[in-house]
Design a protein around this ligand. Structure first.
Ligand SMILES: Nc1ncnc2c1ncn2[C@@H]1O[C@H](COP(=O)(O)OP(=O)(O)OP(=O)(O)O)[C@@H](O)[C@H]1O
Length: 239
């Protein structure tokens, strides 16, 4: 799916959770626009609402109020199978602990979303999976089981899986949280390359040094945007 212009548009987004001592206001009124090709890092203290925001962008959590438009679709109005079909075509999810299926090979893990969404004819699925694994730099690991790969290689496999249905939006929650610093940098570099290729990437992170990778840093505090800063330098051009 080719998407240009504003890909994510959020208006007055609010999320309350019920709690033993009354409601917890996790997100308290966020406005945010993200354009195609941006690599946005969402940062902030623990409990500031980062994961809640990301899960609402993915259609995993429903907002209490407000509007979310992703790739032209009002997702706060979608439910059930329509929401699942939309997510499969539009969103690639990347998690801290990779969440690859351990009994499938790396290539089979990448093929799985294609099988579920049927966006690619069956005879083309393995070829596309191999192309994606090549794109993320682990083509030679295609027929191995995930447990035999390093952490960084497993995260690259998970990123290839996230791209399997040509999803234009990648949402990543602490994707480097389980990786050493050199491997984290290479994964951040891969996200920066994918954004430069036109994907839109939103990543929740506790990484401190994002310069040269993320094109924009949005800081949350108490469920609100406290700062929204665009990088001056081109991504990939670390100095
Ligand atoms: N399912 C839930 N039920 C009740 N409260 C929740 C739920 N999920 C999150 N919260 C609360 O909402 C607030 C925001 O949580 P969230 O996980 O979005 O923060 P975060 O910035 O991602 O934190 P962390 O960096 O620790 O992952 C916190 O006060 C949290 O306790």
């Amino acid at each position: 799916m080719e998407v240009s212009g504003t890909v994510i548009s959020v208006r007055d987004l609010v999320k309350d959770y019920p709690g033993p001592a009354g409601r917890v206001a996790a997100v308290r009124g966020i406005d945010l626009d993200v354009d195609a090709g941006e690599f946005v890092a969402v940062v902030g203290r623990s409990g500031s609402g980062k994961t809640t925001l990301l899960n609402m962008l993915a259609g995993i959590d429903q907002p209490t109020s407000g509007e979310i438009r992703v790739a032209g679709q009002r997702i706060d109005e979608l439910r059930g199978s329509r929401l699942a079909a939309w997510r499969g075509r539009t969103i690639g999810l990347v998690f801290q602990f990779f969440q690859l299926l351990p009994t499938l090979t790396v290539a089979e893990n990448v093929i799985l979303p294609m099988d579920l969404c049927r966006t690619v004819p069956p005879r083309r699925r393995r070829g596309l999976a191999l192309q994606l694994l090549d794109r993320v730099g682990i083509a030679e690991q295609a027929d191995k089981l995930p447990a035999t790969l390093s952490g960084g290689q497993q995260q690259r496999a998970a990123i290839a899986r996230a791209l399997a249905n040509r999803a234009p939006v990648l949402l990543a929650d602490e994707p480097t949280g389980n990786l050493d610093s050199a491997t984290s940098e290479s994964v951040l570099g891969l996200f920066a390359e994918l954004a430069a290729d036109g994907n839109t990437v939103v990543m929740v992170t506790h990484e401190r040094d994002l310069s040269g990778y993320a094109t924009r840093q949005v800081t949350l505090a108490d469920g609100l945007i406290r700062a929204d800063v665009r990088a001056c330098a081109e991504p990939g051009g670390r100095s």
